[in-house]
Design a protein around this ligand. Sequence first.
Ligand SMILES: [Zn+2]
Ligand SMILES: [Zn+2]
Length: 195
Amino acid sequence: MFVYIYERGMIMKNIIRKSITTVIIMALALTLAMPVTAQAKGKTKIKINKTKVTLTITKKKTKPTVQLKVKGTSGKVKWTASNKNVSVSEKGKVTAKKKGTAVVKAKVNGKTLQCRVTVKDSRKPVNKPEPPKECQHVWVEKTIVEIVCECGEVFYDDNARISHNRQFVLQGLNGHSFSTNEHTYYECSKCHKTK
Ligand SMILES: [Zn+2]
Ligand SMILES: [Zn+2]
């Protein structure tokens, strides 16, 4: 009788032990499986907050910015810009510099994410005063007739010479004799410069 009870006790103990072991194994399996699935989910969730963005430089805002962020990871992100149209800070803040496009890259956990940045400039180009245009001279040949009186006076108009001479004739004096000189010169028909 005693043996029987003893044996039954042993059987019960074994059943309990087996059950406990099963429970422990199941619990272990669950705890091992959980972080794996969480990690797997986390990997697919690594995302950049913007993949395409346009920044417009205006008179008031000459350095527009946008904050880029990588979601789904706590890893250190390395930010780089493909050219000098934009700059990017260590924390992913993008600043527009010059009209054009650039690709901002974020490297994290061996993965590279991109954001294409377009920089527009709404400022009107500064109007530089145009240099004074040089005249494209159009030279026209001109002839001037100089009437040189014997007294030394020079007239450019025969009427002036005649009235000059009249005063001597009226006084009963001899009229002054004269000679003519012809000068040829060139005058620009546009700016009236002569040569
Ligand atoms: Zn001219
Ligand atoms: Zn004279």
